[in-house]
Design a protein around this ligand. Structure first.
Ligand SMILES: NC(=O)c1ccc[n+]([C@@H]2O[C@H](COP(=O)([O-])OP(=O)(O)OC[C@H]3O[C@@H](n4cnc5c(N)ncnc54)[C@H](O)[C@@H]3O)[C@@H](O)[C@H]2O)c1
Length: 410
């Protein structure tokens, strides 16, 4: 039975704990600075009390406690935790982005290669049945040679407000630019679909909505401090966190754990969090600086690929249009199907059984990682560290281009 240790038991770490446990792995050690969450996960998966660590120093000092280490801490902690993990001989499943510093990504790739340790990165879209099917259709030659890709990442106004205005990924200096944090796995899809390396990147981006100058007169610092705009403002926190329903904003239902930091939050915990945590702030009175919309054009050999990431959409989904010499693929991942138009033939609707959690990608990456650990076979789908570097280079180049106004050659 595969033994795994997990560092970082937040929103992502909890999902990985669930999937590893459900797929038959044993969680032998955990580490998180949030003691309440540590105990919640320890009890849930019967981790021995002396293998539940509330600080990284004790965790790493305890030596190698599993075959593999899952790194699901924040972006700027991955490098440190990955290096310490590899010193102990852990194989790694590391959250994306690997690091907001390119030289750190490159060093991790080198060290994992030199030590012969497996390092897989959670580019979870690769493992979602929807994207697997698209890849299968491309590889079958049904649309001929791919010539161009247009991908739109519709983040959703409520998701953007939660994560990129009020939450963890709002500031470039704390995590990284939004094109890296949010979109490295979209850029990875360009590489995965075409099998071609990126040679040139151009990007533009901007911020239009979540700015102090858009704060309505008289709006307080926090929504719960008697905001006169509470009925009309779509970002008002009770709409997002008290009353999300499966019909409106299903994603935020799970995020009350995130805003409270508690495994089983009560209504009072949620209200307290909105009175004191960053998640209760007026969206126009935050310290955010990451881009709200950004377009990246990439030359992937002879394929032109464009990604637009935008906050300004009602729902959260990705739209993909892949053009080939003999046909095209058009789809929205949230529909669970896409259209295959082969020129001169009747259009076909291709249905896919998507799961939950990045359309099944969260479970998929865990399943593939476990298979890798068991068999040692590196399939094309696996986002090993050496393949992952490309998406990160593209994101760093996009930022460089956005700031300089010049195209960047890779
Ligand atoms: N693959 C994806 O699609 C995807 C989606 C969302 C987030 N992410 C990435 O996953 C990572 C985790 O995101 P999240 O949403 O779970 O964040 P989170 O803030 O909910 O979780 C981070 C956890 O790490 C803990 N922690 C912080 N410092 C620590 C330390 N020094 N030692 C041990 N634990 C520590 C925190 O207490 C928290 O529980 C981030 O890098 C994020 O960018 C990836």
């Amino acid at each position: 039975m595969l033994k795994v240790a997990i560092i970082g038991l937040g929103n992502r770490g909890r999902k990985y704990a669930h999937h590893f446990h459900a797929l038959g792995a044993e969680i032998t050690a955990i580490c998180d600075i949030n003691r309440g969450m540590l105990e919640y996960i320890r009890a849930k998966y019967s981790v021995p009390a002396d293998k539940a660590f509330d600080n990284e120093d004790d965790f790493f000092a305890a030596g190698k406690l599993a075959d593999a280490l899952v790194i699901s801490t924040q972006d700027r902690d991955h490098y440190r935790h990955a290096m310490k993990g590899m010193e102990l001989g852990y194989h790694l499943l590391c959250e994306k982005p690997v690091s907001p510093v390119l030289s750190e990504c490159e060093e991790l790739e080198r060290v994992s290669r030199e030590k012969g340790l497996k390092m897989v990165v959670c580019h979870v879209l690769r493992y979602a049945p929807y994207y697997n099917k698209i890849k299968e259709v491309i590889d079958s030659g049904a649309i001929g040679e791919v010539t161009a890709i247009n991908q739109t990442e519709n983040v959703g106004y409520w998701h953007f407000a939660h994560s990129y205005v009020r939450g963890n990924w709002r500031r470039e200096d704390e995590t990284g630019p939004s094109i890296l944090a949010k979109c490295c796995h979209d850029l990875d899809l360009f590489y995965y679909f075409t099998g071609k390396e990126c040679t040139e990147v151009f990007s533009v981006g901007g911020r239009r909505v979540f700015l102090p100058e858009n704060r309505p007169e008289g709006a307080p610092e926090r929504c719960l401090n008697g905001c006169p705009y509470r009925v009309s403002c779509p970002y008002e926190v009770t709409k997002l966190y008290y009353r999300p329903t499966l019909k409106t904003i299903p994603w935020l239902i799970g995020h009350v754990k995130v805003i409270t930091g508690k495994g089983r939050p009560s209504k009072k915990d949620i209200v307290d969090a909105l009175k004191t945590s960053p998640y209760g702030r007026c969206v126009y009175a935050c310290d955010n600086d990451v881009m709200e919309n950004q377009t990246v054009t990439c030359k992937m050999g002879d394929v032109n690929a464009t990604l637009t990431m935008t906050a300004y959409t009602a729902r959260c989904y990705r739209r993909t249009h892949i053009m080939g010499t003999k046909g095209e693929i058009i789809g929205r991942d949230s529909d669970g199907c896409f259209k295959l138009n082969v020129f001169g033939e009747r259009p076909k609707k291709i249905r896919v059984n998507s799961g939950i959690g990045h359309l099944g990608g969260d479970r998929g990456v865990v399943r593939d990682f476990m298979e890798l650990m068991e068999t040692g076979v590196v399939t094309e789908r696996l986002s090993m560290m050496d393949k992952t570097i490309m998406s990160h280079r593209m994101a760093f180049a996009a930022e460089e281009s956005r700031k300089s106004g010049e195209a960047v050659k890779l």
